[in-house]
Design a protein around this ligand. Structure first.
Ligand code: GLN
Length: 428
């Protein structure tokens, strides 16, 4: 807690926010130049809901990369455009006047396209009217699912390392985050998990392909989880935004396809990752009827509805290109292979990457530098930015691991790898 506070304390934006928060209530002061009195602002007694939370590591590393002209392999987003036909469809719909509120749950034609996709890929049948909701990005989908299920004091189990939005979402809902540590190979420890389940456990959050480790759960993992949850009243949130980035001919094991889990699960995926448009912030949540009803009760007040022209454009593209998903898997697998071979002789130890668009490396055998320090020095001195993986742990545990994003053009990856090889020699 102290560590993350210290880390954020240096950022200008946070200082501004803090000053601002201290200047809210009013008192009377006189102006010596004109003798007039005016109201000055004085501290408001603000009690933050997230007092130990700073600006996210993704924002900070991208900013640092920008300030130092570094190749940005930190925050996960592509540096290439989405498909031209998708862009054209967006412009067409903007021009055609599809610019007013969409229905709260999402455009019916998009929900139908999502239902068709889930059936085609996973044999999963969701009713587009009642069981699919379009959200403003997967982070909002996960947040809404947490919020609608969690009452104050409920326990929510998260596997760590975990994506940075999960725990704050649980805390904002009044829930108690319960970390379930993945082992050194980023696999779940089922025996330990069983001991974490209590009568107060309300939800479990899972994420495969897993950010940051790239580990993918197989059907056997879902079977184990289903066994643990059988007979309980525990719901599941499954973040599957990297579903099309599961490599080496091992298809993504979706919770949507799992008979033992589907009925208790919110399955969330995103168009941002799939179509290289992370800035569009359009995603969706599939859940059985009762869960979707509960989800929509909150969703309608958190977001109400999502950007209309994007929804139309995405529907057009999904209908035109059902073959996109398989191509995407091959596209990212080639990027993974390129990046791995480009840094193979860097001295860093490459961890396995079964999925996502992230490659983790560990460097404990080379240096004792904390991961935040190494990430910073690589960016500032070496000109290549990465994410320190301790940011994904509740207590900031530092296993001396960095995460690199390989959703980048070949030139970017080659230059980033070149800089990394040089920087590692001089820094560690
Ligand atoms: N999901 C992306 C990542 O892990 C970006 C997240 C973000 O910037 N909030 O890098």
């Amino acid at each position: 807690m102290l560590q993350s506070y210290k880390l954020c304390a240096g950022t200008a934006s946070l200082r501004v926010v803090r000053q601002h928060l201290h200047c809210q209530t009013q008192c009377i002061h006189s102006n010596p130049t004109n003798g007039r009195t005016h109201r000055m602002l004085q501290p408001l007694h603000l009690q933050s809901r997230l007092p130990d939370v700073g600006v996210t590591i993704f924002t900070r590393m991208s900013l640092l990369a920008q300030q130092h002209g570094a190749i940005n392999l930190s925050q996960g987003f592509p540096d290439y455009p989405g498909p031209a036909a998708l862009m054209e469809a967006m412009v067409d719909h903007l021009r055609a006047g599809d610019n007013q509120y969409a229905p709260m749950a999402g455009l019916p034609r998009l929900r139908e396209a999502i239902a068709a996709k889930q059936a085609m890929l996973y044999g999963a049948h969701y009713d587009p009217d009642l069981e699919i909701t379009v959200t403003a990005g997967a982070t909002q989908g996960v947040y809404t699912a947490i919020t609608c299920m969690t009452r104050p004091g409920d326990e929510v189990i998260v596997f760590e390392p975990s994506f940075d939005s999960y725990v704050p979402g649980i805390r904002l809902a009044g829930g108690i985050p319960v970390p379930a540590r993945l082992d050194a190979d980023y696999r779940p420890d089922w025996t330990a998990l069983a001991t974490l389940i209590t009568p107060r456990t309300r939800l479990i959050l899972i994420n495969s392909p897993h950010n940051p480790s790239g580990r993918c759960w197989q059907t056997s993992d879902l079977d184990r989880l289903a066994g643990l949850l059988r007979g309980t009243n525990i719901a599941l949130i499954s973040d599957e935004v990297y579903e099309h980035m599961a490599f080496d001919n091992r298809p993504h094991a979706s919770v949507a396809a799992h008979a033992g889990l589907r009925d208790r699960a919110f399955v969330i995926s995103s168009f941002g990752k799939t179509y290289h448009v992370t800035g569009w912030k359009v995603a969706y949540c599939c859940a059985p009827r009762a869960l979707s009803e509960e989800f929509r009760r909150s969703h309608q007040f958190i977001t109400f509805c999502v950007h209309t022209p994007s929804q139309h454009a995405l529907t057009d593209f999904m209908q035109a290109r059902p073959d996109w998903y398989a191509e995407l898997t091959a596209f990212y697998q080639a990027k993974r292979d390129l990046f791995r071979s480009a840094i193979a002789d860097s001295g860093l130890h490459l961890q396995p990457c079964e999925g996502t668009y992230f490659q983790q490396v560990d460097y404990g055998h080379l240096s004792d530098l904390p991961d935040h320090d190494l990430a910073r020095r690589l960016t500032v001195e070496g000109g290549v930015a990465a994410i320190p993986v301790s940011a994904f742990y509740l207590q900031g545990e530092d296993r001396r691991v960095l995460r690199f994003c390989f959703a980048k053009r070949t030139e970017t990856l080659e230059e980033g790898a070149h800089r990394l090889r040089l920087a590692i020699k001089t820094i560690v």
